[in-house]
Design a protein around this ligand. Structure first.
Ligand SMILES: [Zn+2]
Length: 241
């Protein structure tokens, strides 16, 4: 039972976006042309060939623009609408949580619909999807330098502001829902441990296709496609509260 006064924090990963048709970029699912995710999502790749990296991002932006939030995203929105204090810490760079209607979302790995100036660091949204790909390398309206996707690549550190906000939230949370993430990527992999350390009454529920390294820590593992298991869970929570 999760009372309406409880603070709920969600950690979401690629598994929640999968049902919307967004590739997880792991294994065969991650190939674009002949390139692997790990070859393109690095600052070194961008330095070497910004055209190629942007071309890949334009493909991803086009793909993500055409997707819709699925029942798992909508279930989290429903909890917020029903009055719960719910914050989503997502590893996903898409905006499906926001499009579903969730208002408190922290993007640990950045946001694909934003770009950042390589010189003055100014961050801006893509004005519209018509502009994806024109020109191939977009430039900053303030200093004319090249823009890059405002996401966190391999070999890069996370935005300390986002990380600190996540930690503060984890320390005050009553319930932690882990949704569609295997708990292998740091720092998110540490989040459940940090939250548990702070609050030994913390309840952790995991929603994944298969058991993960986190399964031994959590109170309950609910296996299955999250677009089925999460809505079921949410309607039960609402009914019982
Ligand atoms: Zn600039």
């Amino acid at each position: 039972m999760i009372s309406r006064e409880s603070k709920i924090t969600v950690i979401s990963g690629s598994g929640i976006s999968k049902a919307s048709g967004i590739p997880t970029f792991r294994g065969k699912d991650g190939l674009w042309k002949q390139y692997d995710f790990m070859e393109l999502a690095t600052p070194q790749a961008f330095q070497r060939d910004p055209h190629l990296v942007w071309e890949w991002y334009y493909w991803r932006l086009g793909l993500i623009s055409q997707t819709k939030p699925n029942k798992a995203h909508l279930a989290l929105k429903t909890l917020e609408q029903a009055g719960w204090d719910i914050v989503i810490l997502t590893q996903n760079v898409d905006n499906l949580h926001e499009r579903a209607g969730s208002s408190k979302v922290l993007h640990l790995h950045g946001e694909i619909f934003k770009r950042r100036c390589t010189q003055c660091l100014d961050i801006s949204f893509w004005p519209s999807s018509e502009e994806f790909g024109i020109p191939n390398i977009p430039t900053c309206s303030k200093c004319n330098s090249n823009l890059r996707p405002a996401v966190v690549w391999f070999n890069e550190t996370l935005d300390p502001k986002i990380v600190n906000e996540s930690y503060s939230r984890l320390k005050e949370t009553d319930f932690l829902l882990i949704v569609g993430t295997s708990g292998l990527v740091y720092p998110a992999a540490n989040f459940p441990y940090i939250a548990k350390q702070e609050n030994r009454y913390l309840e952790i529920y995991e929603f994944n296709l298969e058991s993960t390294p986190l399964s031994s820590l959590v109170n309950r593992t609910i296996l299955g496609p999250v677009e089925n298991t999460l809505p079921e869970f949410v309607s039960k929570v609402i009914k019982e509260s």
